[in-house]
Design a protein around this ligand. Structure first.
Ligand SMILES: Nc1ncnc2c1ncn2[C@@H]1O[C@H](COP(=O)(O)OP(=O)(O)OP(=O)(O)O)[C@@H](O)[C@H]1O
Length: 742
């Protein structure tokens, strides 16, 4: 299922009563729930932007209403073994802490105390209903991320070390090493702990909020249910993020500015992660901030609810628009709804006969991943009941009121939690392949909770989600080990080949050191590439690495095969083709199917050089040839200012295509690329950089997903911001040249 994103508009504060209200909740149709936030276009007040969410809560919404609609329905799932994450996001002073923590009066209590109250109540009921056969334990940990450092809030501030607590990845989850955990028996226990811990949290008065949170606060509520030797554990995480701040408005002093920079940076990384996930990128920059590592949006299993807090007044206008944009994209993020595994307690170790050091310990046996009955059944039932829309609608919708956008492209209201949700509505059909946004699919869930069973196959996603840095690391490590092993075997099988004066192991060491050094350089290079990757380029480089490794180990057949596999990632790359050709010759293979090789051989050197220069600049910087020749032997090349590339030489272009004339096939191709809104694709256009591509996509996104957001002609494209001068012509000529070179 997708991350559920709901918006909450806070009421006016006393000092704001005379201020101009510009944000309002709306519905797509009379009689439907509130699912739309409307806000004027800052550049044209007559125009209004609309952002659709799963649910929208207006100013008068009480704490209880929000909790009942958004959090309470997931408590059952928590006890069935699913992790639940709720986080508040928004600009400073918009009500995140109010939503999560709330006030001291009963009616003002926020999501966190209500959640705990619900957990204790359910736990007690479960124990009672099972006549004591099931025990439920609740344990808390509470920490903050302040200036990108993690501090335990359950420990007094004197105990903090300057570096804070380290993070580590374990079983696919990020854990804070050395974090304390306190068992909690009832609400009173919790409140005492929570109030004390909050006194340790860094807050300060800023111009925009008298009690501004200067840190992200993460409360983890671990629920452990024990029945006999069966242990089920799940965690509810409630996260109160610090708010982004526009320091032109805050008058922040030096200390506040440092905090603010850390807050803004982590929130920026979060928005980058959201963008990358919603685009289907392979690399998600989670690791660039501790907050995103911990939040692991889209990587964590279970249920995730994002509460976007909004202030309704004009002074927040641009900030509100920016957080509306980010959160709208967050709705595209899919999370896998998988319960945590049930484990069996270890029998106590004894020294009796049959035991002893030689006996292998029985490993903890995961139960079959029994899936969430509640949401699964509910979803299935409601999907049946739900009236079927004519066509699936994207979850994300930004549109303006200028056009009859609502009816033209109805943002199907995604049901409020108080109503059954319709996951099928917001999903793309699985049988329509969408290469631009490969997303992890939801796992099939059985409809019945199964009895404990012996180990079964672990459930895996049907699609590859991301190749993580760890996986790449593991892959490279494995390769290094393989090469070292094959070198060792080679050396052992040919003792006569070793110089007599050198002992075998010394030569081996020398070789392995060399191989290691070279592979490390390659790994570093690939890591760098992966950081900047926006397409299949790092995948291509990974294949090239394998080719290089195969060559290192003398396996020319495998090397050739890997080089050939890499070719689609770098089509027409002369050096790569040259390598393939040389290897083919060396292996005595016919060139019949190597048409490209022939083409290279016949292409005059000058022409080849010219074409190489016109090729995608990104490949020029990261070619395998570079890896071999430069990255290993030389330190990273000093960055010299990029020379402006000369536009590719093409035949005279018919100017009418730019002035509203009929679109040629190339013009249509250009428009298709632009309308794909895929930064990676657009960036590949001649004369486009990452920024220009991103700006264009942002502009189109703001215009909405309807007709007004599509570019229908090159003349129209030329009118868009940043598309002036010869930008469009250059992109067009680049495509003409590419077509001619094919
Ligand atoms: N729904 C609400 N009802 C009443 N008052 C609210 C509501 N939401 C926010 N407020 C008030 O608005 C002010 C700012 O709210 P809060 O401190 O929760 O903002 P925040 O988003 O957590 O800010 P920061 O990021 O700076 O910590 C507080 O005085 C709070 O009591």
């Amino acid at each position: 299922m997708s991350v559920r994103v709901v918006a909450r508009i806070r009421p006016l504060l006393e000092k704001e009563l005379d201020k101009d209200v510009i944000v309002r909740a709306d519905r797509v149709e009379e009689g439907r729930p509130l699912t739309v936030v409307k806000i004027p276009n800052p550049k044209n007040e007559a125009e209004e932007f609309s952002f659709a969410f799963n649910s929208v809560y207006e100013q008068a919404t009480t704490q209880e209403q929000l909790f009942t609609a958004e959090v309470a329905p997931h408590m059952k799932a928590l006890f069935q073994g699913l992790d639940v994450t709720i986080f508040a996001y928004g600009v400073t002073g918009t009500g995140k802490t109010h939503t999560m923590r709330g006030g001291l009066r009963l009616a003002d209590r926020g999501v966190i105390p209500r959640l705990l109250s619900n957990v204790f109540r359910r736990g007690k009921k479960l124990m009672k209903d099972s006549n004591g056969a099931t025990r439920v334990n609740v344990a808390l940990s509470y920490y903050e991320i302040y200036n990108d450092k993690v501090y335990d809030l359950l420990e007094p501030p004197e105990k903090r070390t300057p570096a804070g607590l380290p993070l580590r990845e374990k079983d696919g989850k990020t854990i804070v090493v050395g974090l304390s955990e306190r068992s909690c028996d009832d609400l009173k226990d919790f409140e005492k702990l929570y109030i004390e811990a909050n006194n340790n949290r860094v807050t300060a008065a800023t111009k925009l909020n008298a009690h501004s949170s200067r840190s992200h606060a993460i409360l983890r509520v671990k629920v452990t249910q024990t029945t006999g030797d069966m242990v089920k554990e799940s965690t509810a995480s409630a996260i109160d993020l610090a708010g982004s701040e526009d320091n032109r408005r805050t008058d922040n002093g030096k200390e506040r500015l440092v905090e603010s920079a850390a807050i803004n940076k982590s929130l920026f990384v979060l928005s980058q992660c959201i963008d990358a996930i919603s685009r289907g990128d392979k690399r998600i920059p989670y690791r660039e901030s501790k907050m995103t590592r911990i939040l692991s949006l889209g990587q964590n299993n279970g249920i995730t609810i994002m509460i976007l807090n909004l202030a309704p007044i004009r002074s927040y206008h641009l900030d509100t628009l920016s957080s509306l944009n980010v959160s709208s994209r967050a709705k595209r993020i899919e999370v896998r709804e998988i319960e945590n595994e049930v484990v069996f307690k270890q029998p106590p170790r004894t020294n009796s006969a049959g035991g002893g050091a030689n006996i292998q310990r029985q490993p903890l046996r995961p139960l079959n991943n029994a899936h969430n009955v509640h949401t699964g059944v509910l979803a299935a039932k409601t999907a049946e009941k739900a009236e079927k829309p004519d066509k699936p609608v994207k979850a994300f919708a930004v549109y303006t009121d200028k056009k009859p956008a609502v009816s033209a492209r109805p943002a199907v209201p995604i049901a409020n939690s108080s109503q059954p949700r319709q996951p099928s509505v917001i999903k793309r059909s699985s049988d329509v392949p969408d290469p631009l946004s490969a997303r992890p699919s939801k796992l099939a869930r059985p409809t019945q909770l199964r009895a404990p069973q012996p180990v079964t196959q672990p459930v895996t996603s049907s699609k590859q989600i991301v190749i993580s840095a760890e996986q790449i690391e593991a892959m490279v490590e494995k390769k290094v080990a393989e090469i070292l092993a094959s070198r060792a075997a080679e050396a052992a099988s040919k003792p006569e080949a070793q110089p007599v004066s050198k002992p075998n192991s010394a030569v081996q060491n020398q070789i392995t050191e060399e191989v290691k050094r070279r592979l490390e350089a390659l790994e570093r290079r690939i890591d760098n590439e992966a950081r900047n990757d926006d397409g299949g380029r790092s995948e291509g480089l990974r294949v090239l690495l394998q080719a290089r490794q195969a060559k290192e180990s003398g396996d020319d057949e495998a090397a050739l095969s890997f080089y050939e596999k890499a070719l689609p990632y770098f089509p027409g790359q002369a050096r790569l083709l040259g390598k393939i050709e040389r290897l083919r010759l060396k292996l005595g293979k016919a060139q019949g199917d190597g048409q490209q090789s022939e083409k290279i051989a016949r292409t005059p050197r000058k022409e080849r050089r010219r074409r190489d220069n016109d090729e995608d600049e990104s490949y020029q910087e990261g070619t395998e040839a570079d890896i071999e020749d430069d990255a290993i032997e030389k330190p990273a090349r000093a960055k010299t200012p990029k020379k402006k590339r000369a536009p590719p030489k093409t035949k005279a272009v018919d100017q009418s295509v730019f002035d509203g004339g009929p679109a040629s096939p190339v013009a249509q191709r250009l428009l298709d690329i632009v309308n794909s809104r895929d930064v990676a694709l657009i960036k590949g256009l001649h004369g486009f950089g990452a920024k220009k591509a991103q700006d264009l996509v942002d502009h189109l996104t703001l215009k909405g997903d309807g007709e007004s957001g599509r570019v229908e002609s090159l003349a129209q494209l030329r009118m868009l911001p940043g598309m002036g001068g010869r930008t469009v012509e250059r992109a067009y000529e680049g495509l003409v040249a590419a077509a001619a070179g094919q």
